[in-house]
Design a protein around this ligand. Structure first.
Ligand code: SAM
Length: 266
């Protein structure tokens, strides 16, 4: 299982895709001539989906991974969908023509991988036209998914292999969310009016144990440090943890809670 390859991610992202489309369908009202930025586009399937929505004129997908951008360009591009390598936490990597160019920004399952959220939000703000809208979908530190990533990184049995592994997961702090106002202090601080900010429970059924393991494996950078002949045993422990915290049921139905934020540039 080489979980770092875009081919593996693309093949095993049904969980992300189905729920991502659900979140987009619920929140986005596409308008004639919409120009859309997908920040952290991964392998580009969501960019392709967005480009097919009525009214959408063009989509740009940016991602920090050159391998993912190469895969997206080869498999999910069209005259209206372009990809670029950019780090949303480094303004110098954002091409000048992206500034103020978008009526909508989406970023799905990305911001819990980003440490410097303020810089990222300011970069996304700078890419929006005045009054442009943004949809974010991410995990907070309350999410079961992040607990699994963190729990496996500090699992005593696997420490011997994981000494050099740096887990780059930075769940959005729940303390930032103002529940009674349905808002986020970070977004307000970065120049957004928060239109909605809610914890959404997602359910996703997998057809088989293998499908579930591949989907979880696609997010586990840990596996690069575990010898290949021990992957199965490591995934047994992952599966045990996912059951212990009720992330997955006996018939491989996953339940997770993520934050969904819809905001407008002030
Ligand atoms: C879980 S994937 C989600 C991909 C895609 N949004 C989807 O729904 O399939 C997270 C993506 O965020 C990208 N990413 C992480 N940090 C980033 C950053 N600082 N700038 C741009 N992309 C980033 C990763 O390379 C990865 O492709």
């Amino acid at each position: 299982m080489d979980t770092t390859k875009p081919e593996f991610y693309s093949k095993n992202r049904s969980f992300q895709h189905d729920l991502g489309v659900e979140v987009l369908q619920y929140h986005m009202r596409w308008e004639e001539g919409d120009t859309v930025l997908d920040a952290g586009c991964g392998t580009g399937e969501i960019c392709k989906y967005i480009s097919q929505q009525p009214g959408v004129a063009s989509v740009v997908g940016v991602d920090v991974s050159p391998d993912f951008v190469r895969y997206a360009s080869q498999h999910n591009s069209s005259p209206d969908v372009l990809y670029q390598v950019s780090d949303i936490t480094d303004a110098s990597t954002i091409k000048p023509e992206l500034r103020g160019a978008f009526s909508k920004v989406v970023s799905l399952q990305v911001l819990h991988w980003v440490q410097d959220k303020v810089t990222a939000l300011k970069v996304l703000h700078s890419c929006l036209k005045p009054g442009g809208e943004m949809l974010l979908w991410f995990n907070t530190n309350a999410s079961k998914f992040c607990r699994i990533l963190l729990g496996m990184a500090s699992h005593p049995k696997w420490q011997i292999y994981l000494t050099d592994f740096e887990l780059n997961v930075f769940p959005w702090p729940s303390s930032d969310i103002v529940k009674d106002r349905h808002s986020s202090l970070l977004l307000e601080e970065c120049g957004f009016e928060v239109l909605s900010c809610d914890l959404k429970e997602h359910l996703h059924p997998f057809n088989s144990k293998k499908q579930f393991r591949n989907a979880v494996g696609a997010c586990l950078g840990h596996l690069c440090y575990i010898p290949q002949d021990k992957h199965e045993e490591f995934l047994n422990d992952v599966e045990k943890m996912t059951r212990d915290i009720n992330f997955v049921s006996d018939n491989y139905k996953v339940t997770n809670e993520c934050q969904v934020v819809y905001a407008r540039k002030l």
